[in-house]
Design a protein around this ligand. Structure first.
Ligand SMILES: *Cc1c(COP(=O)(O)O)cnc(C)c1O
Length: 420
């Protein structure tokens, strides 16, 4: 028996009431959770000149970007379109870091024209920037420090075979290109993946950059990327942000003294800021007893939340409608014609057709990776802010599925007689 003394609430707002008001399936984000995480980062790094650059790809809704801006957070983008959304949300282009990986020179040019802070991910891009812009475009350089630690290989980016960054072993090549074109290097960057458990890996990455910094006397910032591990289930080993803050701050202060100037310390968290804030609310369509398992099929699938299938991610599930039902074991699946399992053999309070379930920790890489696969609508999105729920994205309609499709008249004739 799982007992709850009151209904499931977000900032005092009943989740079932939100479901009633906005319909299902629905992404609901709790602004307070996001603000809490920002505060935790700030207090952990109180001793340094910290800048938080929200990695917008985790959750790209403009209202979320506005919330970040309101909280004094800046932005990291991986495409010019993301940056444009950031500008619509009110960010200055100079507050937006652009960290492309393998994008076209046309897009790089656009980013430079917009005035974004360019983060260079390859020697060939560095050469190109030098050739076309000389010293006029200040760049940050993304280094691959060849550190990898634990985590899922699909989201790990710091190992030697990763496509990301310029190898630290190419340090002389970077320097040669920079000198040849007098490129203004204002930042050094690492982002080594998404699953660091402790401060040590960060510190090893930091040491690599601190050492490299001696090549570049005009730095403004050192950017440690992200990699904060968040809890998806109880007991998960997560990044201890306070501990990280203490250790990295101390190391950074030491470095700044040696460097001779105080630099800015940047982080680019995505998941850490928004994961916990998000809930994907779905409705139970069918409870199906098979020979070996009881399946719960809901009105959602990998088209709305792909993390379980793509990363084997665990998402806690709450039965919002029947929180004190007897515990039974279910395999929770979606409605997509494809294996789309959310959870296997999961104990849940008894699930009945119509029950509303909530997939927890769905704020990061949930909606932003959603698709229209199987010609399904993507969910609506709601932000609970200051105790009130606001619709921040409408539910899609059939017209949304057709938008952009072109009617070709030659295909509109009657059935053509078949050759036998
Ligand atoms: C994706 C990404 C991040 C954010 O990673 P999280 O694991 O969501 O915190 C930060 N920086 C860069 C360059 C990224 O590509």
């Amino acid at each position: 028996m799982q007992l709850q003394d009151r209904n499931y609430q977000i900032q005092g707002v009943d989740v079932l009431a939100i479901a009633d008001q906005f319909g299902l399936p629905l992404y609901v984000y709790d602004a307070d959770k996001i603000i809490e995480k920002i505060g935790l980062l700030r207090s952990s790094f109180a001793g340094v000149n910290l800048k938080i650059k929200y990695a917008a790809k985790a959750l790209t809704n403009i209202s979320i970007l506005k919330l970040m801006r309101q909280q004094g957070v800046e932005m990291d983008s991986v495409s010019v379109n993301e940056a444009r959304m950031g500008m619509l949300a009110g960010f200055e282009p100079s507050q937006i870091m652009f960290t492309p990986s393998g994008v076209s020179f046309d897009e790089i040019r656009e980013a430079i024209d917009l005035g974004l802070q360019l983060n260079v991910d390859s020697l060939s891009l560095l050469e190109w920037v030098g050739q076309h812009y000389g010293s006029s475009v200040p760049v940050s350089i993304r280094i691959n420090p060849h550190i990898s630690e634990g985590g899922n290989i699909k989201i790990s980016t710091g190992h030697a075979d990763s496509k990301f960054g310029i190898s630290i072993l190419q340090r002389p090549d970077i320097r040669a290109i920079v000198e040849k074109y007098q490129i203004a290097v204002v930042g050094l960057h690492i982002h080594t993946g998404s699953d660091f458990k402790n401060a040590d890996a960060f510190l090893r990455g930091a040491d690599v950059l601190f050492d490299l910094a001696s090549d570049y006397p005009n730095l403004k910032f050192i950017d440690f990327g992200s990699g904060f591990k968040v809890a998806y289930k109880e007991g998960d080993h997560i990044t201890d942000v306070a501990d990280l803050g203490r250790k990295v701050s101390a190391a950074f202060q030491g470095f700044c003294q040696q460097y001779g100037r105080e630099l800015e310390l940047w982080f680019e968290p995505g998941k850490f800021l928004v994961s916990e804030s998000g809930h994907l609310l779905v409705q139970t369509n069918i409870v199906k007893e098979n020979l070996t398992r009881t399946f719960v099929a809901v009105d959602s699938g990998l088209n709305h939340l792909i993390r379980p299938m793509m990363y084997d991610a665990y998402h806690d599930i709450k039965n919002v409608s029947n929180p004190s039902g007897d515990t039974k074991t279910y395999t929770v699946v979606g409605y997509i014609c494809e294996t789309d399992t959310f959870a296997t053999d999961r104990p849940l309070p008894e699930v009945r057709p119509g029950d509303v379930l909530s997939f927890e920790n769905a704020g990061a890489y949930g909606f932003s990776m959603a698709s229209n696969y199987n010609a399904r609508f993507r969910p609506a999105e709601v932000l609970v802010y200051d105790g009130a729920p606001y619709l921040i994205r409408q539910r899609e309609t059939f017209d949304d599925l057709l938008r952009g499709q072109v009617d070709v008249p030659v295909l509109n004739s009657e059935i053509i007689e078949q050759q036998v």
